[in-house]
Ligand binder design. Structure first.
Ligand code: UD1
Length: 418
């Protein structure tokens, strides 16, 4: 097990550079198999989720050439084989191989994906989309065989604007015959990044980033070069850290529009920010922070992935703040640990009520999932004394060089392996 240990209560100043977006990368790597040639993806974050996806590529006999920030993926000798349970369950995004393999070979055989335990996270919308394109689905417990004689464009309405289902259906539809329309599609920036990648390879996708995506099927996808967008969730996490401990802290390589909702909420709280073309600097904060009400929503609303780190900041506002989680059923697992550090938070149904300000004091806590783990890092940096975060592997799945980046701006943080 990996443990992150933090000596908190220090002021942080300097610049943190944001890496490529995890949630775009984990879709771009499976999407790359749709080319019959070679795809180069740069600005790829070195996180464990990327490593697992590269292992899956190797299992499919895809040549993977990885250097510091880029991956060259060559599919010329690729073979469509079953993706075993051990691989499928290592992360959520393994499910993108379902859409990509179906799109390329008209057959995918793999298991129900893994990922953070933040709710039931069914994949019914993905499967409904595949069926609408002409696929049949056979299940045996957690094993799925999705296959089609022919994939034909269809009109698909998503009951919920799911990020995963939108991307997976795009992957399956790019080589289908005729036109596919996805209505109530998710609009997250990562979807635009994946659609741009596919279009760079010769796909014909219009409307990514809006709620209607139109895909005209093509026969062949060619060679391409593509860049991953900056990670808006990593950026948001460091902006929140800056709001708590920054003096000042510049977060560089950000697309500020992608963190608009967070910036508005921070300004409402009383955080002073400078927003530039590609950076956000946390200059300081009002002495007394205002309590606020927060509700997570699909993009461009406040990202559910930032809800847990943001809750830590709200422990420092004067009075009663409320956070309502609307996307996942089980995303308050960080709360008992935060309370162990000294916060006053109660959760009822899907709303957390935070009474502040409270002083946080270091203790031993755990990372139950990726973003809950990030919230523990935020809390540990603020808390007086030593905080130990167990199961830190969850955090390393999504934050590239978190220890190095924070150390460079003055944090006392290290990883211990036991
Ligand atoms: C992705 C992100 C995750 C983020 C989430 C919401 C990746 C790898 N993960 O997760 O970090 O928190 O978007 O922005 O990109 N749902 C169904 N049926 C389905 C699909 C989804 O009921 O077939 C439900 C889910 O259980 C959840 C909601 O829809 O309640 C949103 O899920 P979705 O947008 O699909 O999130 P993920 O793609 O899993």
């Amino acid at each position: 097990m990996k443990i992150i240990e933090i000596e908190g209560g220090r002021q942080l100043s300097g610049t943190i550079r944001i890496s490529g977006a995890k949630n775009a990368t984990v879709a771009l790597i499976p999407a790359a198999i749709l080319t019959d040639e070679e795809a180069t993806i740069c600005n790829v974050p070195e996180i464990t989720d990327t490593d697992v996806l590269c292992d899956i590529l190797k299992l499919l006999n895809v040549k993977v050439n990885r250097s510091t920030e880029s991956i060259v993926i060559n599919t010329k000798e690729m073979q469509n084989t079953i993706i075993g349970e051990d691989y499928s369950k290592k992360l959520r995004a393994s499910y993108y191989f379902m859409g990509a393999l179906l799109g390329k070979y008209k057959k995918a055989e793999m298991y129900f994906p893994g990922g953070c335990s933040i709710g039931a996270r069914p994949i019914d919308l993905h499967l409904k989309g595949f069926e609408a394109l002409g696929a049949t689905i056979t299940t045996d417990n957690d094993k799925y065989i999705v296959e089609a004689k022919e994939l034909k464009g269809a009109n698909i309405y998503l009951d919920f604007a799911s990020v995963g289902a939108t991307i997976n259906i795009m992957l399956a539809a790019v080589k289908a015959k005729g036109k596919t329309i996805i209505d109530n599609a998710a609009k997250e920036p990562e979807i635009v990044n994946v659609a741009t990648f596919l279009n760079n390879m010769g796909a014909k996708i219009q409307g990514a980033g809006t709620s209607t995506i139109k895909i005209e099927g093509v026969e062949h996808l060619h060679k391409c070069f593509h860049e991953v967008i900056p990670d808006r969730i990593e950026a948001g996490t460091y902006i929140i850290i800056g709001a708590l401990c920054g003096k000042p802290l510049k977060i560089d390589n950000v697309i500020p529009e992608h963190v608009d909702a967070l910036i508005s909420k921070l300004e409402e709280l009383g955080i002073n920010l400078e927003v530039g073309a590609d950076y956000v600097t946390v200059l300081g904060r009002e002495e007394v922070l205002n309590p606020i009400t927060v509700k997570t929503a699909v993009y461009p609303g406040l990202a559910t992935d930032l809800q847990q780190p943001l809750t830590v900041l709200l422990t420092q506002a004067k009075g009663k703040s409320k956070v309502t989680e609307t996307i996942f059923e089980n995303r308050f697992m960080h709360v008992p640990y935060l309370n162990a550090l000294g916060s006053n938070i109660t959760v009822k149904n899907q709303t957390a009520t935070i009474i502040g300000p409270t002083k946080l004091k270091g203790a031993e806590v755990g990372a139950t999932d990726l973003r809950a783990g990030a919230a523990m890092v935020v809390a540990g940096l603020l808390a007086e004394g030593k905080t130990k975060i167990t199961n830190a592997e969850h955090i390393l799945r999504g934050y590239e060089q978190i220890v190095e980046k924070l150390t460079a701006v003055g944090a006392k943080i290290r990883i211990i392996e036991i």
